[in-house]
Design a binder for this molecule. Structure first.
Ligand code: NAP
Length: 262
């Protein structure tokens, strides 16, 4: 049987882990797709492509030619548009879809979280009194904070944000996860941070800031996830991590081999 062609929509630690697990596995012919947001992406050990597809039509076209048998959406949990496009393209083309939905972070004893629905609400939740704020929300989502210029921001992102998007006087730190708790704690203490703003991304790579904030008794403004996709009526499943995705791929491979045997 020829290998099953798998298109992986990447941009997350799980996508990278899945690419590493599939490298050299003769049952599958995977391609990892990246949006091309970071200047020096870590390239996977499997074939890859970089850049948008041109909306749902483009992605649906790609699933036909060059072609994929299976689609795995392993984007970041906040990449809501790409996830909607994946669901729509899978539904249109009838290609089975797996979405990797990493579990959310949950507050534990000692946490001082303020949950909010979006970035504008996060900026409002900082209040009128000037605060020293650590912003770890990504470079695309800074506009609401530029509208709250009374605060002193330390902004951390993989690539430096465009200067025009920065709140006045903001300090920018470029760094790539994973981060260690001791480093996060030092960063917060050195900058005199009073509030941390983060998306509820989940996962281990960026969780150390939550432990550091808890240890220092700092408030965390937690931006909750976009609404979940409605999977009813589509050949779509969810997995929590790369291991779950492998199990789904193996089951699909087994089913395809059985069909060939009968
Ligand atoms: P988005 O708003 O959901 O997607 C915007 C557009 O970017 C999509 O419509 C698509 O363009 C293109 N795109 C996104 N992911 C792609 C992929 N894996 N391969 C090819 N094209 C892709 O996503 P975003 O928030 O801009 O995030 C972009 C990338 O950064 C994603 O890979 C995501 O996983 C990663 N990321 C996002 C966040 C976040 O908080 N949003 C955080 C960390 C990493 P077309 O419509 O032209 O196909």
């Amino acid at each position: 049987m020829s290998p099953l062609r798998v298109l992986i929509l990447g941009g997350s630690a799980e996508a990278s882990a899945l690419a590493r697990r599939l490298a050299g596995d003769a049952r599958f012919a995977p391609v990892l797709s990246m949006a091309g947001r970071t200047k020096s992406p870590v390239l996977p050990p499997i074939p890859h492509r970089i850049g948008g597809f041109g909306g749902v039509d483009g992605l649906a076209g790609w699933l036909g030619d060059p072609g994929a048998d299976l689609l795995v959406c392993a984007t970041h949990p906040f990449a809501a548009q790409m996830r909607r496009h994946a669901l729509e393209a899978a539904s249109r083309t009838g290609k089975p879809l797996l979405i990797i939905e990493r579990p959310c972070w949950r507050a534990v004893e000692g946490d001082r979280w303020t949950p909010v629905a979006d970035m504008a609400a996060a900026a409002r939740a900082l209040g009128e009194t000037p605060r020293r704020v650590l912003l770890t929300v990504g470079q695309k989502d800074l506009a609401p904070f530029a509208a709250a210029p009374q605060h002193a921001y330390t902004i951390r992102s993989i690539d430096p944000p465009a200067a025009a998007s920065l709140p006045p006087g903001a300090e920018v730190i470029s760094a790539r996860p994973p981060f260690a708790k001791a480093d996060e704690r030092r960063l917060m203490q050195e900058r005199g941070i009073e509030v941390v703003v983060t998306k509820n991304s989940g996962g281990n790579d960026a969780a150390a800031k939550l432990a550091a904030a808890r240890a220092l008794g700092l408030r965390v403004v937690m931006v909750e996830r976009p609404p979940a996709l409605d999977l009813v009526g589509v050949d779509a499943k969810e997995a929590a991590d790369a291991a779950g995705a492998i199990a789904w791929l193996e089951a699909r491979h087994e089913a395809a081999s059985r069909l060939l045997r009968v």
